[in-house]
Write a new protein. Sequence first.
Length: 248
Amino acid sequence: MRMRFDVLTLFPDMFSSPLRESILGKAVERELIQIRTINIRDFTLDKHQVVDDTPYGGGQGMVMKVEPIARAIESVKSQSPSARIIYLTPQGKPLSQDLARRLSTQPHLILLCGRYEGVDERVKELYVDEEISIGDYVLTGGELAAMVLIDAVSRFIPGVLGCDRSAEEDSFFDFLLEYPQYTRPFNFRGSCVPEVLVSGNHSAISLWRRREALRRTSLRRPDLLARANLSEEDKRLLEEILNSSDHC
Ligand code: 4GX
């Protein structure tokens, strides 16, 4: 087993289909990753299995209680004391390709999913090692964020993408967006594949792809372009793009 994810959630069923299909499903089958869900409600001690309560100081909504979460975490940690605990929250550090890569070197992550107005602050103070956000928008809970994190991290685990493909080859590795891709048919309702791609001229194809990647990035994500490692040739191509009607 290369990497283990334990997910603490009130909705374990949400994790079944997304993590069992396609590439992640195969990775689980091949035991490259293991994903376990732990229902926080199972760690309540009262008859009604209450997991939330009204906030001290007043205000709308409910807050997840500290005790069931503490017991759930302690149960997982008793088997694996060194596992890192991550809380998914819009207030966390933004998830990036770099952060996903770093997390993929950990043997065991515990992902805590909050609902309602979040968890009692003492959960973070006492247990959480790292708070991570998947983006500046608000979800109904941390579950989808945890799945996004598991997906992005798993791609870095050797073998998950297949033997001859690695996450390092992806566009974000070099801070450029990807060039456009086409497959058959050549002509779809009058819309044709760029001629260069069927020319058989490999250096012309490479040049075209690089130009398209640069054009897209400069148009859609100038922030990324500023971080890209551009060769003299790239700079010349960019100059060309900016000075032509291509820049749209
Ligand atoms: N990237 N959510 C957490 C509960 C909550 C509410 C308030 C703290 C304060 C999210 C995101 C995200 C929804 C998960 C609210 N926690 N998680 N949840 N964006 O939107 O990670």
